[in-house]
Design a protein around this ligand. Structure first.
Ligand code: MSP
Length: 661
């Protein structure tokens, strides 16, 4: 155990943006590493938040007839709610409009100004209005903004500048001397290349005649601060710079910024020089990940293929998505999101490899030892096969650790899945059923113990990636309340699972997905009347999409056996109340032959009291899900039309628990 701190940040997202898979990617990655570090016993700060100033926010608020602050207060909720649904465990959420932040921005400005690092001058050059960025003539790409390709306008105006050029030599040698500062190497080389050209000073103000919505420049109230200069400072505000120096100092030295590759210059050129200007060290590491395309194409509103994370969550659940995005692509490289690839991973890695290991082991323990884990065997009782499994466990813990330190999430998961494969083979080779038949009871105990300690170790290692799954596994292993057995630090030495633990068999962790879900259809095709950015879908891709749709139209027909898999029963509502802090959700207690808690998104359409006493239709064999912290064990049936949601009810008083066929 180490008392060394760990501090991880995501970019603060533009509050105007609709959250998409790119935002999810960085935030999930930060969550996984934060959870992993906590599991090692380290004090952790995990920070995310929103970037709320600037022209676009001011404009959007005006169009909606709201003040910019009211607009931000409404928009920020979309990010906060999405992070709850993804089980993001951030310790803090910073908004750049908070007083704690604007105070630190003003401190930066005053300090740099009094040290002579901020000066006033006339800017004469090009400006990209949508990006709110100045460009010099030589920066332009074919006369357009080099970043977004849009038109730029020429402007001449008095502004304040940060003497960034002064720090060029220092920054170059800092990057050269600290190979881990910019990761991966390709990005480090990109920035070393960038610094071979002369570094210009940075324009850090905007006149109020053009923009009001920003942090006022303390020494000239006719100006507000440039959004990027303001936004970057969030990373030191949150841990307590100027307000809690001890906390700030202990976390800042271990800070990792996770960002996308498009915002590398701001984070590795502007930001370290700004910090240097007031004698603060750069963050320890800036890691730039790659970009996602969707079904092989650039994600774009005009193509209509922006992946809506809430729909993905409804379809696949948080853990499958968290697993997929970190397993599929090495962190740092570009990747492609496709429903087929996601479903493939769910079926093979989650349902097959992991799900089967758990189900078959729980089944055997139930049958052979009434669900009770045998005592931990002494060293002498171990054969070569079991020793091999234990060595594999120790190796996996070390490998995972090495990969996590490097943020190589895909490799960490691959190591765990190799171990899961090893455990499945161990069952096949040890053949517990034969040991039973041959009456080798003590050998059978050894195998069963080692299998369950293996499963515990797997659950601990996957918990940072898939927290719901990890905790479901802990419940099934009978150690839900034994928090000390959930920690990475409990994996070595081998054998912490106590003998006598009673396990519970539950539903499969990840049921197989037999068909691509409906939301997978149509992705990748331009919306009606709209063209993608000059590219059209290649013919063979069109044909594949068409073929997939046709197959699926036929696949819509199901057999009576398939229908019978859905266990539908009549249930009487005993209690109904609103879920705290949720507009949409109601918690229902329903008698379906047993008391069962459901969470339903009907709060905007029903008064809770009106539901009590009603007999409704309930699917009872649905995997449990947790919504806003409340567990739902099943789903009620309802129809939604333009008038709202209508819950399916029985007129007659049907006996609770009666099967609906
Ligand atoms: N507000 C700034 C960041 C300020 S940090 C001091 C910003 N916000 S953003 O909302 O536009 O973008 C946030 C992140 O989303 C960036 O890291 C960007 O790389 C990432 N992504 C946007 N589209 C993406 C993909 N298609 N794929 C992966 N990440 C992508 O920039």
């Amino acid at each position: 155990m180490s008392e060394e701190t760990f501090y991880v940040t995501t970019p603060i997202y533009y509050v105007n943006d609709v959250p998409h898979i790119g935002h999810v990617y960085t935030t999930v990655a930060a969550d996984v590493i934060a959870r992993y570090m906590r599991s090692l016993g380290k004090p952790v700060i995990f920070l995310t938040g929103t970037d709320e100033h600037g022209q676009k926010v001011e404009q959007a608020a005006r169009e909606r007839g709201l003040s910019p602050q009211e607009h931000c207060d409404e928009m920020v909720v979309r990010f906060q709610q999405l992070w709850r649904r993804f089980n993001i465990s951030n310790d803090d959420f910073i908004r750049t409009t908070e007083d704690r932040h604007t105070a630190v921005v003003k401190h930066f400005l005053n300090e740099l100004h009094s040290r002579g690092d901020i000066y006033r001058s006339t800017y004469d050059g090009w400006y990209c209005i949508p990006d709110e960025r100045f460009w010099t003539e030589k920066d332009l790409a074919g006369g357009k903004c080099p970043d977004c390709g849009r038109e730029v306008v020429q402007i001449e105006e008095a502004n304040y500048f940060f003497r960034m050029s002064k720090y060029q030599d220092w920054l170059l040698s800092y990057i050269e001397d600290n190979p881990d500062f910019i990761r991966p190497d390709s990005r480090r080389n990109e920035m070393l290349g960038f610094l071979r050209r002369p570094l210009e000073d940075l324009c850090i103000s905007r006149p109020k005649s053009r923009l009001h919505w920003g942090v006022e420049i303390p020494f000239d109230t006719d100006y507000v601060t440039y959004v990027w200069f303001d936004a970057l400072i969030n990373y030191v505000t949150a841990p307590g710079f100027t307000t809690n120096e001890d906390r700030f100092q202990s976390f800042w030295k271990n800070c990792t910024h996770l960002i996308g590759k498009d915002i590398l210059t701001t984070h590795t050129i502007y930001w370290p020089t700004m910090l240097r200007g007031i004698d603060l060290a750069p963050p320890r590491r800036v890691f730039a990940h790659g970009w996602w395309t969707v079904e092989g194409r650039k994600m774009s509103k005009s193509i209509g293929n922006v992946v809506e994370p809430n729909l993905l969550l409804d379809e696949y659940g948080a853990d499958s998505i968290r697993y997929f995005i970190l397993r599929e692509v090495p962190f740092g490289l570009d990747g492609d999101f496709s429903h087929a690839a996601l479903v493939g991973r769910i079926n093979s890695d989650l349902a097959n490899d992991l799900g089967n290991l758990l189900q078959r082991s729980l089944g055997m323990l139930d049958r052979y030892r009434s669900g009770s884990v045998p005592a931990s065997p002494g060293d002498g009782a171990l054969g070569d096969l079991t020793r091999g499994l234990i060595d594999h466990a120790a190796r996996t813990v070390d490998e995972v650790h090495g990969h996590m330190e490097q943020l190589a999430f895909d490799r960490a998961l691959k190591s765990v899945w190799d171990f899961i494969g090893g455990a499945n083979k161990y069952i096949d080779s040890a053949a517990p059923w034969t040991l039973l038949k041959e009456g080798k009871e003590s050998k059978l105990d050894v195998v069963l113990y080692c299998l369950f300690e293996t499963i515990r170790q797997v659950a601990v290692m996957i918990c940072p990636f898939m927290p719901e799954t990890g905790h479901r596994m802990f419940r099934q292993l009978g150690i839900a309340d034994r928090k000390e057995l959930h920690q990475i630090s409990s994996l070595k030495p081998w054998g912490a699972l106590p003998g006598g633990t009673r396990t519970f068999r539950g539903p499969a962790l990840f049921p197989r997905i037999e068909h691509l879900p409906e939301i997978a259809m149509g992705v990748g095709e331009p919306a009606d009347g709209e063209k993608g950015e000059g590219e059209s879908m290649p013919e063979d891709e069109k044909n594949r999409t068409k073929a997939r749709r046709q197959t699926d139209a036929h696949d819509d027909l199901i057999t009576i056996e398939e229908f019978a898999k859905v266990q539908l029963v009549a249930g009487k509502v005993l209690e109904a109340e609103k879920v705290e802090k949720s507009k949409k959700l109601l918690r229902l207690l329903v008698d379906t032959g047993e008391e069962r808690q459901l969470v339903a998104g009907i709060a905007e359409h029903y008064d809770p009291e009106d539901l009590v006493g009603k007999v409704i239709a309930v699917v009872v064999n649905l995997q449990p899900a947790t919504l806003m912290g409340v567990e739902s064990r099943g789903m009620l049936l309802a129809a939604e039309d333009k008038n709202g949601i209508h819950v399916l009810t029985f007129r007659e008083d049907v006996e609770p628990g009666t099967r609906i066929k």
